[in-house]
Write a protein that binds this ligand. Structure first.
Ligand code: CP
Ligand code: NVA
Length: 309
């Protein structure tokens, strides 16, 4: 077994291919155990500190339920509780919280904040979403893909929309797992060129292919179509302008008809029906969005177990 104890997960790139696969396999085992009612309270007496600068349904409930099911305890610290960076510095918060909690998760605006927390914390820090990455989402999504397809190599995943935090984490995971990931976005909204360069390097060893294009026809033959909101948390002031720019990138039945008949539709949620997806696709037979949401729980449990036990 690989040793992830004490490590941070700020980026999917913090994990090797083998570690990522191990997390997915542990998540599968924990899911099976939960379904048959087998207890796995292996984090008895352990505390998770949760710093949230932004709203959340899935991530917050997944982390809190995870700690309950693992026999530990979670403390939620919302935007008005500690006022990160305003009432106290990030560095001091990391030092104090890590002197009491056994593991920390943080949902932040600036990616640098979660990096700083990891630097000054004595205990593992898990990124619960920053403006640059969403690693816990993508470990859960890889579990969903494994459940559906049995593996990853050679699968074509087309992410349609903004080259955002979710897109970056998908690119890293796809590169490590030997997938063909195509980010299809309007001009000016492509993913980070730095992430692309790193993924190209990783892909040389894994035979993955990671691309960024503007042409929506790139969904042709996809096994997986993935989309996310056009304006992420923190970009609300751009929402109206983005609606016009992103309109041709809506995932609707016509777009899905260009993919493989066996293709699935994914969305990290929350969804804006009528914008980045239609209700027909989101709640249609190809959609796995609620399986994805549930898998956040099982994958977060796997991360907590490997990092703290
Ligand atoms: N997908 C996701 O992270 O959902 P929440 O913002 O509700 O946590
Ligand atoms: N890109 C979205 C993901 C939400 C889970 C955001 O950052 O708001």
């Amino acid at each position: 077994m690989l040793d992830l104890k004490g490590r941070n997960i700020v980026s999917i790139d913090d994990l090797t291919r083998e570690e990522l696969i191990q997390l997915i396999n542990t998540a599968l085992r924990l899911k099976d155990e939960l379904y048959v009612g087998e207890s796995h309270e292996v984090l008895h007496g352990k505390t998770l500190g949760m710093i949230f600068e932004k709203p959340s349904l899935r991530t917050r409930v997944a982390f809190e339920s995870a700690m309950t099911q693992l026999g530990g305890h979670a403390i939620y610290l919302g935007p008005n509780d500690i006022k990160l960076g305003k009432r106290e510095t990030t560095e001091d918060i990391a030092r104090v919280l890590s002197s009491m909690a056994n593991v920390i998760t943080a949902r932040v605006f600036a990616h640098k904040t979660v990096k700083d927390l990891a630097e000054y914390s004595k205990v593992p820090v898990i990124n619960a979403l920053s403006d640059f990455e969403h690693p816990t989402q993508i470990v859960g999504d890889m579990l969903t893909i494994k459940e559906r397809f049995g593996g990853f190599e050679g699968l074509k995943l087309t992410f349609v929309g903004d080259g955002n935090n979710v897109a970056h984490s998908l690119m890293y995971a796809g590169a490590k797992l030997g997938m063909h990931v195509v980010i299809v976005s309007p001009k000016g909204y492509e993913p980070s060129s730095n992430v692309m360069k790193k993924c190209e390097k990783i892909s040389k060893e894994t035979f993955a292919k990671i691309e960024s294009v503007n042409d929506i026809d790139a969904v042709a033959g996809a096994d997986i179509v993935y989309t996310d909101v056009w304006a992420s948390m923190g970009q609300e002031s751009e929402a109206e302008e983005r609606k016009k720019i992103f309109a041709p990138y809506q995932v609707n039945s016509h777009l899905m008809s260009l993919t493989k008949p066996t293709a699935i539709f994914m969305h990290c949620l929350p969804a804006h029906y009528g914008d980045e997806l239609t209700e027909e696709v989101g709640h249609g037979p190809q959609s796995v969005i609620f399986q994805e949401a549930e898998n956040r729980l099982h994958s977060i449990k796997a991360m907590l177990v490997h990092l703290t036990r």
